[in-house]
Design a protein around this ligand. Structure first.
Ligand code: ADP
Ligand code: MG
Length: 212
């Protein structure tokens, strides 16, 4: 069995069965390089171009770790825009199809905050949101990150370009236990290194070369 097979990973059967159903036959390069470290609980910083399957890399990792019976927010995924957050939430729901009753909630601008406050009152396992709206909810006391054990920074380069660093910093401080941090980016400027030094613990660095 070569190392691009999902079966090489210690994934729960609901995930592997669903991957077959989705037609994901082999891991993409970024998945094959990052998933062993992600599943082992390490912090990972991964650079790979758009369309390389980064969402499933962190999505499978966070779903593998999630305890669906504990109905509380265990994962926070931060994305730069509402559109990206919605795409990520869709892909996570798709991957989680065979795990019963997983609640993924998006928290982004463009939707009345009050409605999101109601949804939060009903609870969730996974939050996917933009830093601005997530901070709004923290300020209102409608969002509690006390049980978050995985933090994903998706499209980190774009979030930094958009000036979200201070918001990310304030959000990070609301997570009491040091979470597993997974950082994904298409580019790798100095500010990404700075953020990884600040928030991450001995991260495994993965770079997928642009050969095609
Ligand atoms: P990125 O975040 O790197 O830009 P995405 O996570 O959006 O890329 O993935 C791009 C597309 O590839 C999605 O449509 C996703 O469903 C698909 N995909 C991801 N992993 C696999 C895989 N192992 N096999 C087949 N398709 C995959
Ligand atoms: Mg992506």
């Amino acid at each position: 069995m070569d190392n691009t097979q999902f079966q090489t990973l210690p994934l729960r059967s609901e995930l592997t069965n669903n991957l077959t159903h989705l037609g994901y036959q082999q891991m993409t390069e970024v998945q094959a390089l990052s998933l062993p470290a992600i599943v082992s609980g390490r912090d990972v910083i991964a650079q790979a171009k758009t369309g390389s399957g980064k969402t499933a890399a962190f999505g499978l990792g966070l779903l593998q770790k999630l305890d669906e019976k504990a109905f509380r927010i265990q994962t926070l995924v931060l994305c730069p825009t509402r559109e990206l957050a919605e795409q990520v939430a869709l892909e996570i729901r798709k991957l989680a199809r065979l795990i019963h009753n997983i609640k993924v909630l998006t928290l982004c601008g463009g939707v009345p905050t009050g409605r999101q406050v109601d949804s939060l009152r009903h609870g969730a396992h996974i939050i996917v949101g933009t830093p601005g709206r997530v901070e709004d909810h923290l300020g209102r006391g409608s969002l509690n990150l006390n049980h978050v054990n995985t933090l994903v920074l998706d499209e980190a380069d774009r979030m930094l370009d958009m000036g979200f660093e201070p918001a990310i910093e304030r959000i990070f401080k609301q997570i009491p236990a040091s979470p597993q941090v997974l950082l994904f980016s298409a580019t790798f400027a100095d500010n990404i290194h700075a953020i990884s030094r600040r928030y991450m613990h001995k991260p495994e660095h993965i770079v997928v070369a642009q050969t095609h």
